[in-house]
Design a protein around this ligand. Structure first.
Ligand code: PGA
Length: 242
């Protein structure tokens, strides 16, 4: 794993966006897998600014959502599809047909997952990931096998509780308890993977993922064996790194 450590949240955001824009310029057809969560919000905002200013373009690119919460109405603002659309997709020049999201409303969710894996093919050019405090990647929770495919998953209790941040109007017992996620197989097979982490609350899991044993109990640690994975941290998230 390459380590990119930035002194401030602003420098972190600029660093991530500068690298992302560089990848888009060298390959305008870049196929990228994107997460939601709170961490990437400033990055998406800044990419919107860059596109508006004519310094970046998604006109030929493709974007795949990393995961989706189950059991939500199609119009729920907290779904991954709607969140990504609101934060990035509808504000940049990506053609609507180039945005792929997981349709958990479909009668046959397994079929949805098979189709998604077929569309992903051998992997993405670039995957952006947040990291859960339990080391999960997307909704690949601790214990997930490295060859796992896109599939329905049950969320860990800690993931359910931390998702309350994305669903401010929901009572705890109405938070999503399952989801659908791109599997570790496609993430690990992708050409380039970036893990994004900010804030002191991520310092401990970042240390485990980066310096700890490679184990399925910490899915992010599997990225230590990826040939082109970078960890982007701000000062607070990187305090325990050597
Ligand atoms: P966060 O979520 O960006 O909201 O911290 C990350 C994750 O749980 O994967």
């Amino acid at each position: 794993m390459n380590l990119l450590q930035f002194d401030s949240g602003h420098a972190w955001m600029e660093g991530v966006c500068a690298f992302w824009n560089d990848r888009l310029r060298s390959d305008p057809r870049l196929r990228t897998c994107l997460p939601t969560g709170l961490t990437p919000i400033p990055v998406y905002d800044d990419m919107v600014r860059r596109v508006s200013a004519g310094h970046a373009s998604f006109a030929e690119a493709a974007v795949f959502a990393l995961d989706e919460f189950g059991g939500l109405a199609a119009e729920d603002p907290g779904s991954t599809r709607n969140t990504l659309a609101r934060l990035l997709i509808e504000r940049v020049d990506l053609p609507a047909a180039a945005f792929h999201a997981l349709d958990v409303q479909a009668a046959d969710v397994n079929r949805t997952c098979e189709r998604y894996d077929a569309a992903i093919g051998a992997g993405f050019d670039l995957v952006l990931l947040g990291i859960g405090t339990n080391g999960h990647l997307g909704m690949n929770e601790p214990g997930t096998p490295p060859d796992s495919r896109t599939r329905r998953v049950e969320l860990h209790e800690s993931t359910i509780q931390s998702s309350a941040r994305y669903f401010p109007d929901r009572a705890p017992h109405r938070l999503p308890r399952w989801g659908v996620t791109v599997g570790l197989r496609a993430i690990l097979a992708s050409k380039e993977v970036w893990v994004l982490a900010t804030g002191s609350g991520k310092a401990s899991i970042v240390e485990r993922a980066f310096h700890g044993d490679v184990t399925t109990e910490v899915p992010a640690s599997l990225l230590q064996r990826h040939r082109n994975c970078s960890l982007f941290v701000d000062a607070a998230a990187g305090t325990r790194l050597r």
